[in-house]
Design a protein around this ligand. Sequence first.
Ligand SMILES: Nc1ncnc2c1ncn2[C@@H]1O[C@H](COP(=O)(O)OP(=O)(O)OP(=O)(O)O)[C@@H](O)[C@H]1O
Length: 234
Amino acid sequence: MKIEIEKLKKTYEGVMVLDIERLTIKTGKITAIVGPNGAGKSTLLNLIGNLIQKDEGTILYNGDTKVPEKDMTLVFQEPYLIGSTVKKNIAYPMKLRKYFKETIEARTQELTQELNLEALLNKKANQLSLGEMQKVALARALSFKPELLLLDEPCASIDPYTTSEIEKILMKMNHFENTTMVMVTHNLAQARRLAAEVILLKKGKLVECCSSEQFFTHSENEETKRFVQGELLI
Ligand SMILES: Nc1ncnc2c1ncn2[C@@H]1O[C@H](COP(=O)(O)OP(=O)(O)OP(=O)(O)O)[C@@H](O)[C@H]1O
């Protein structure tokens, strides 16, 4: 799903927290949003996900202002699950979309195998470890093969092995289903592994949006170069 942003502004209590003149997120790619704390990364993601209201500007989804609620979903840093079994959590978005029972079962099986969740299918979601919960949140988000997946630091409190399981399925879905993904991350190594495009924000402004290769290896932008070298952008 192509996302085109123009003159997007968001203020909180009179303070401008996001002010982006123009930005395009390419269809079928993984785009990482990076930047210092408070740069406006989650604000941008939440505006795209229509979780908060913009003050000004436009966001086009495949050229349309209508928010494609049914074709997109979000995964947050804190997994948000319904108080039921793992199986029911994963099935939930497919039931809402009136999938056939057989399709729901086949897709649930496929995702639980991929994410090594099979032994947990009948367990209550609130009895799981954080990493397990995040994998269930991801399986649920991917269950209906969304066109757009928005991820807000999905691996922030997750161990390296589980992080790698999550990264593998994200790459697979992106590759085989052409799912467009936008991911806020503080982990530059992860951005480098996953993302084709990188957006750097600072104090609510766009510093650079370019290919991952350019961003990490030959950006001409001084702030990007400093950020990639681990310097604090102030
Ligand atoms: N609900 C809110 N009310 C008031 N101010 C807010 C609200 N949400 C965010 N802000 C402010 O907007 C600015 C951008 O916040 P945002 O969460 O988008 O930054 P971020 O880049 O995601 O930061 P971090 O890396 O620390 O998660 C911050 O200064 C924050 O304090």
